[in-house]
Design a protein around this ligand. Structure first.
Ligand code: SAH
Ligand code: SF4
Length: 378
């Protein structure tokens, strides 16, 4: 990636630039580096998208910025509020596609589920995003823009704004590790003290297991890690998560442990996501095998009842099987949580494509936005 990315618009969009890239941008203008932090604060702490409001920047420089740059978040097509406080944004991104971003409140915590790509190329058999295929990567501005938009909707900006968004999970549409640079830049802005200041223990990247990219992550960010495992052995996982054929479970778990062990605070656990599908991966022997597999790894397990959608024959796990599965893992000593349904009345599917605008895919699957609320517990 080039030092300063110019996004479609001939003007540079400063919204998605990391501190380092913003410093390079200002140096390129013959300005001092500290301008970068000033501008970061205006954008991400104050919610400002006009250079004219930046009162500690000289008039001359503001004029220059107006000529050369913009601060441009993607457009919100619709904001939907659920009776339970869940808020969904349908957001138009360049090229006419739409993505969804979902905010899920839970007591003091507010989790934002953020998308990284339009569609996904990995084609997991239980995932509607995968069924739609891959359209394109989101820019860093479109990723951090989802946080900016949500924060703005809650009046979170400014010195006295409420801190509604306490957690972010990269669990919307797309495989974050396949859009590596943009996702790393956006996550680092989320955690940056001069931006959103979200704790590194509360920003989570979820991956289906792109091992070389996961290995590259060490040292570039210190966000939390969630692994979409969904099966306790390679034979079954190959059917559910095709990338497993390339990077099997043992390889993925080793890479995950290397990442988690590289973090300066050594108490962190890997979140294991396990979507339970009726009669497929929900049997007692699967739970026992999973416990065996994860025995010596620092994990917490998040069970997600499969959410059916029209193009899939899979069925949701029965409640009996779900709680039996959970109980086995709990008895084996694992912190195990079950993701519960939230935002049902607004069809709050985390990061799901609302459709090419007007598309029939609008009636899509409601799935995991339901509530990621337990993801950071344990
Ligand atoms: N690509 C990344 C992040 C986005 S998917 C990944 O796979 O981890 C986020 C989570 O939603 C994954 O754990 C995935 O397994 C889950 N998911 C996808 N489709 C689902 C469905 N129909 N029902 C329940 N969970 C689903
Ligand atoms: Fe892509 Fe994740 Fe869906 Fe798999 S589960 S197709 S990796 S978005």
């Amino acid at each position: 990636m080039t030092a300063v990315s110019v996004i479609e618009n001939p003007k540079t969009n400063l919204l998605g630039l990391s501190q380092q890239k913003l410093e390079q941008f200002f140096e390129g203008l013959g300005e001092k580096r500290f301008r970068a932090v000033q501008v970061l604060k205006w954008i991400h702490q104050m919610g400002v998208d006009s250079f004219d409001e930046m009162s500690n920047i000289s008039k001359g420089l503001r004029a220059k910025l107006n000529q050369l740059a913009v601060i441009e978040a993607p457009e919100v097509l619709q904001q939907l509020d659920s009776a339970d406080g869940t808020r969904k944004f349908i957001i138009r991104v360049a090229g006419g596609s739409a993505i969804e971003t979902v905010f899920i409140p839970d007591g003091e915590r507010g989790t934002l589920c953020v998308s990284s790509q339009v569609g996904c190329s990995l084609d997991c058999s239980f995932c509607s995003t995968g069924k739609q295929g891959f359209n394109r990567d989101l820019s860093a501005a479109e990723i951090i823009g989802q946080v900016w938009i949500a924060a703005k909707s809650f009046g979170q900006f400014g010195p006295n704004g409420p801190r509604k968004i306490t957690n972010v999970v990269m669990m919307g549409m797309g495989e974050p590790l396949l859009n590596f640079d943009n996702v790393v830049d956006a996550m680092n802005l989320m955690m940056h003290d001069n931006c959103y200041g979200i704790s590194k223990r509360r920003v989570t990247l979820s991956t289906s297991g792109v091992v070389p990219a996961l290995d590259k992550l060490r040292g570039l960010t210190d966000a939390c890690l969630a692994i979409s495992l969904h099966a306790p052995n390679d034979e079954l996982r190959n059917k559910l998560v095709p990338i497993n054929k390339k990077y099997p479970i043992a390889m993925l778990l080793e890479s995950s442990v290397r990442y988690i062990e590289s973090l300066p605070d050594n108490h962190r656990k890997i979140t294991i996501e396990y979507t339970l599908i009726d009669q497929l991966n929900d049997r007692t022997e699967h739970a026992r095998q999973l416990a065996e597999l994860l025995r010596d790894i620092p994990v917490k397990i998040n069970l997600i009842p499969f959410n059916p959608f029209p193009q899939s024959d899979y069925k949701r796990v029965s409640n009996n099987a779900l709680y039996r599965f959970r109980d086995i893992l709990t008895q084996e000593g694992f912190v195990t949580t079950v993701r519960t349904t939230r935002g049902d009345d607004i069809d709050a599917a985390c990061g799901q494509l609302a459709g090419q605008v007007n598309d029939k895919t609008r009636r899509q699957q409601r799935y995991q936005a339901q509530a990621i609320r337990l993801i950071n517990e344990g």
